[in-house]
Ligand binder design. Sequence first.
Ligand code: ZN
Length: 188
Amino acid sequence: MLPGPNYVYKCPRCGNLLTVGSILSGNTIGAKIYSDGKRIAPMLPDFPDLTKCKKCETIFWLNILRKIGRYEWGDKMNSKWAKADDADFLDIEDYFRALDDNVAENAAIIYSMMGCCKASEVNFRDWLVYFLDNVHHYDNDYTMDLAELLPHHLAEQTKKEYPTQIRELSKFSEHLGETLKDGLIIIV
Ligand SMILES: [Zn+2]
């Protein structure tokens, strides 16, 4: 197993730092797989997506937070980050508590928006930037339609603004598909 960098996150409520490891490569040698799908693989460790701040006990999703730092093992430059709490998996009581507060609802909203982006063939990150750039234009004018911020509207707008580029790109991807089918790989 080859460990990857450690990532640092900040608790959205109290600002306490949490660190999560990663792996560059691993394998399932010696793994135990249980009938409920749980897998414990010593050479392929899992890291939590949903965790709890050890200071204020807030439960939150790591994958919707911004990483505020990264350090490698033995990296002395960022030793303050190495002192951050390890992000652990939740225990069963925590999962019940998560269902009672707004964690599940927030996750459902984010995953729904990711699904809408996929259905509209819009990059989620591009849509999020578009949303954050424009949402405050709607703060004081209730006659404006918030639906304009949804992913399908961004897709329509992009098609209107860049019709030539989109046509050319789709022609290029068709051509690339044909070329790859012929077994010819072009490295640019
Ligand atoms: Zn906290």
